[in-house]
Design a protein around this ligand. Structure first.
Ligand code: SF4
Length: 83
């Protein structure tokens, strides 16, 4: 298992559904065509065997809503010392 997860920015997502077509093992669609990931906005860690397809789905997303979300790079870094 890799440390890479997928993340969807639902503000940017337009429900084009390309991601689910390219990566049905990880992404399904709701009734309006918006992606459903295992943990809401993020997927579970991807197996190494799906990393190439995941990158293809990221590259195909027309709104840049689909992104990599590495576990070792927190979105909210800890506050600076003394704050
Ligand atoms: S391809 Fe991009 S815009 Fe389309 S449903 Fe997936 S994340 Fe949203």
């Amino acid at each position: 298992m890799s440390d890479v997860r997928l993340r969807v920015d639902f503000v940017a997502c337009d429900g084009h559904a390309l991601c689910a077509q390219l990566l049905p093992e990880v992404i399904t669609l709701d009734e309006w065509g918006y992606p459903i990931l295992a943990n809401g906005q993020t997927s579970d860690p991807l197996p190494h065997s799906l990393l190439r397809l995941a990158q293809a789905a990221i590259d195909a997303c027309p709104t840049l809503a689909l992104q990599r979300d590495r576990q070792d790079s927190p979105r909210h870094p800890p506050p600076a010392a003394g704050v």
